[in-house]
Design a protein around this ligand. Structure first.
Ligand SMILES: *[C@@H]1O[C@H](CO)[C@@H](O)[C@H](O)[C@H]1NC(C)=O
Length: 382
């Protein structure tokens, strides 16, 4: 039932009185989840409000970035310990909640070092620190340790086999969780949650796995070349509801909810429905007005072919007056190829989260259309 304006007003008044100040540090603020986190923390209905928000990212913010949402933006590479100490130690007495979205790193060790540097700079296990909770984002790849997903090399030929090399992403997830738990065990007050989304739907050109932006670029390139949107995957993923997704807004909400409600748990975070890639392909084709083509044994050549379309994307950006982006930065064709060539379900179970009290659901195809709309609003795509 929709609440009336008056009820909302009363709720706001009630909740603003005794709340202690919450100060969030979002590491990875310009990525898909970071942006949604900042937005959700600003929302008048955010748990734990009012929030002060500090944001960290490696590069300075892009032109479309809503800077006013932040108290402070810190361009910082957290792999550099002394820079991290300089930038974050002064905040150690202020920050109560760390939202940590891992950035791409050269190795699992580097990735672990990055989280560890941030925790050191915030003196996470010292009484001086104000830090009460860390929400760490990993992903459903956690459950698929043997998949070569996420690498930028051709995966071993599908179907993926159990004896294929381990995915570096799963390895670094485990390392990050270990660091977090070890730190918390030395602290009296610090609690943690780990969040495991599936494919994230959101709007940022600064993410390594932006499925939607990759698909949008594909569709726009096809439209310009008057070519159909070819499906690079197999029959199985085309036909079967075998995959789930995570709306970036939902993911942000779960992280904020758990930061105030949940102690030391790992939680899956997905929309609660499943889709076939064929249906998703159809919706994308419809959104961009292109014809789509069912699986046709495209194979890895599709990836090679799409990667050579940088000049076409450049022309689209130029002609449409879009925010400057390069195809190799915004599109991850290997990821699309890997996801669409699975031969089994990737579906997370949301029961644990629901049992603990978080029961929001999102319709994935609606989420898809909404985020395409947002990418248009911020002028990433026409
Ligand atoms: C997440 O979902 C997977 C797949 O259904 C399941 O095996 C796992 O136990 C779930 N994890 C949590 C933390 O609920």
């Amino acid at each position: 039932m929709a609440e009336t304006a008056e009820e909302r007003h009363n709720a706001t008044e009630f909740a603003t009185a005794p709340v202690p100040c919450s100060v969030a540090l979002i590491v990875g603020i310009t990525g898909i989840t970071g942006l949604s986190l900042a937005e959700a923390l600003r929302s008048p209905s955010a748990l734990g409000r009012p929030w002060t928000i500090y944001g960290v990212a490696r590069r300075s913010p892009p032109p479309w970035f809503p800077l006013p949402a932040l108290e402070l933006f810190l361009p910082l590479d957290v792999l550099d310990l002394s820079a991290t100490l300089r930038a974050l130690s002064p905040l150690a007495a202020l920050v109560t909640h760390l939202f940590y979205v891992p950035a791409a790193a050269s190795s699992a060790e580097a990735s672990a070092e990055m989280l560890s540097n941030v925790l050191i700079a915030l003196s996470a296990n010292s009484p001086r620190s104000s830090l009460r909770h860390v929400a760490l984002q990993t992903g459903s790849m956690h459950y698929l340790p043997q998949l070569p997903l996420g690498g930028c090399r051709p995966p071993s030929p599908a179907p993926f086999r159990e004896d294929a090399p381990r995915g570096s992403h799963s390895l670094f997830y485990y390392a990050l969780e270990d660091i977090l738990q070890a730190t918390a065990s030395h602290s009296q007050r610090l609690t943690w949650t780990v969040h495991r989304p599936s494919v994230i739907l959101g709007a940022s050109p600064r993410s390594e796995y932006n499925l939607l932006l990759t698909l949008a670029a594909c569709a726009l390139i096809c439209r310009r070349e008057r070519a159909p949107l070819v499906y690079p995957g197999n029959e199985y993923t085309w036909r079967n509801p075998c995959c789930d997704a995570s709306d970036a807004g939902l993911l942000a909400e779960q992280q904020i909810w758990s930061a105030t409600e949940v102690v030391n748990e790992a939680l899956n975070c997905t929309n609660g429905d499943v889709f076939s890639w064929g249906r998703l392909w159809e919706v994308v084709a419809e959104e961009f007005g292109v014809v789509h083509v069912a699986p046709g044994g495209e194979g890895w050549e599709w990836v090679e072919r799409m990667k050579r379309k940088g000049n076409v994307w450049e022309a689209i950006v130029e002609e449409e007056g879009l925010v400057q982006t390069r195809l190799e930065e915004i599109a991850n064709f290997e990821f699309v190829y890997a996801m669409t060539n699975m031969e089994f379900e990737i579906v997370s179970c949301m029961e644990k989260s629901r049992a603990l009290g978080f029961d929001r659901r999102v319709d994935t195809m609606e989420s898809l259309r909404r985020w395409i709309g947002t990418m248009r609003e911020i002028n990433l795509i026409p």
